[in-house]
Design a protein around this ligand. Structure first.
Ligand SMILES: [Zn+2]
Length: 392
């Protein structure tokens, strides 16, 4: 995970915690006020009963004393019930009929301003409690919403962390990546990953009887390579060419004769040999390749007219920048050559290693594959969109 994304995630987590914390605190304060309100109502109800209004008492007859005792036993119960009891119109009517036919319910209330006031107070508090409850519910909803938002943000951050990893695996070279719209910061941080260790192994002069074993070794190390092949050898080992294509390696051509007096006789003979080999690959594998490597490299043979002829055919000429000299150091000393040149490589070009399909190369090839694997290199096949490495 990148540093900035970690920071971003931590910041997001902190923000989420602060938001939740604030709401929990708010809910606690609200709960306190609601509890306080209810306690106040209860106290008011208690006062109401403990100080029975004179007018009501006067209205109540002696034989209604039991009602009053009942009322007392209601202390701590719902003040609404208590209030209804006091206001019970039947009771009042009953009493009024007995004692004073002129008295009405209205009169009772008028005669008892304290009760009226307390009732109003209770109503007001009830309204407030209801209002608080509504607010509480609303805030609960908001908390839920914020929680969901925080979760969504966390998912988004995780998604963003996965995307750069996918890009690292991409086979496309840096210059081929379409200009994806990304935050500037991210692009800056990805740069070092992009230049990550990639090496392009190339094998010339094949195919050969050892091609099969070379392909097995490459597979073992999950390595892709590029083969620049001679037309007569392909005719001898067409199955090797097919396997190369099937296993994701790149196939290119190296001409027909490998004889300087013939291949470099003229620009036409140069491209003629290349085209003959290209046609064979097309016929055998259905792959239309444009990758070519000049016998002995492009210097000094491939002069401007040769180059122009090749360009006209849209051929892509590849040289190399790590020479194994495996054709000379047949005892395996070429392995160290490759490692030393790789360590000293300080070029912006891709690493292109030249080897040959020879038994003596196969005999020591695994050491090279192991070196690159152990040192975190990805071994890739050349692709036609890359700018070719050429001798200057
Ligand atoms: Zn060659």
């Amino acid at each position: 995970m990148k540093g900035s994304e970690k920071r971003k995630k931590r910041k997001l987590n902190r923000l989420g915690k602060i938001t939740l914390g604030s709401f929990i605190l708010f809910v606690a304060v609200l709960s306190y006020f609601i509890w306080d309100g209810i306690a106040e109502q209860n106290a008011a109800a208690k006062r109401n009963i403990q100080m029975p209004p004179i007018a009501v008492e006067a209205v109540y007859s002696k034989d209604k004393e039991s009602d009053r005792i009942d009322g007392k036993s209601n202390i701590g119960k719902d003040p609404v019930v208590e209030k209804n009891k006091t206001d019970d119109p039947n009771k009042v009517d009953e009493v009024v009929n007995e004692e004073d036919p002129k008295n009405t319910e209205q009169n009772i209330e008028k005669n008892n301003p304290d009760t009226q006031e307390q009732d109003e107070e209770i109503d007001k508090q009830k309204d407030e409690a209801a209002k608080h409850k509504e607010e509480l519910d609303k805030h609960k909803e908001e908390i839920e919403k914020h929680k969901q938002e925080v979760e969504q943000h966390q998912k988004d951050v995780e998604k963003q962390n996965e995307e750069p990893k996918k890009e690292q695996k991409s086979e496309q070279p840096a210059k081929e990546m379409p200009p994806v719209e990304k935050p500037k910061e991210e692009t800056k941080e990805q740069a070092p990953v992009k230049t990550g260790k990639v090496v392009y192994l190339t094998f010339d002069d094949g195919p050969h009887a050892v091609s099969k074993d070379i392909l097995i070794l490459l597979k073992k190390y999950n390595a892709k390579a590029t083969f620049f092949m001679l037309e007569p050898n392909m005719r001898n080992y067409p199955d090797a060419v097919k396997t190369m294509v099937k296993e994701g390696h790149a196939v290119g051509v190296h001409g027909v004769t490998h004889d300087t007096s013939k291949v470099y006789r003229s620009p036409a003979s140069f491209v003629g040999e290349m085209n003959k080999a290209i046609e064979f690959i097309q016929k055998t594998t259905n792959v239309q390749t444009h990758l070519i490597r000049a016998p002995y490299g492009s210097k000094p043979y491939v002069t401007a007219p040769y180059k122009a002829a090749a360009d006209k055919e849209k051929m892509i000429l590849w040289d190399w920048n790590i020479d194994s000299t495996d054709w000379k150091l047949t005892n395996g000393a070429f392995v160290n050559q490759v490692i030393q040149q790789t360590k000293q490589f300080n070029n912006n070009e891709p690493l292109i290693v030249l080897m040959h399909e020879k038994p003596t190369t196969l005999a020591h090839l695994e050491k090279i594959l192991k070196y690159y694997k152990d040192n975190g290199y990805e071994m890739r096949a050349l692709d036609e969109t890359m700018t070719p490495v050429q001798f200057k």
